[in-house]
Design a protein around this ligand. Structure first.
Ligand SMILES: [Zn+2]
Length: 68
């Protein structure tokens, strides 16, 4: 294992070859709507959900709900 690049892996939209940007996206989960930061293509608005990220966010959301 070696780290040659200090630059994070950038996600690109396969269609547009455009770097994705973080955007607040509304998602529906457990009968509710939430806004989470997800990677989105600024050109075609396709949202790319990294599963682990999405699950992490959902966990935060769930914990937030349980708090109340
Ligand atoms: Zn795109």
């Amino acid at each position: 294992m070696k780290h040659e690049s200090d630059d994070q892996t950038k996600w690109r939209c396969e269609k547009c070859q455009q770097e994705l940007e973080l955007a607040k996206v509304k998602v529906r989960y457990m009968e509710g709507n939430f806004e989470v930061d997800l990677m989105k293509c600024p050109i075609c608005n396709q949202v790319f959900i990294d599963e682990s990220l999405a699950l992490g966010k959902m966990k935060e959301v769930e914990e937030g709900l349980e708090d109340k």
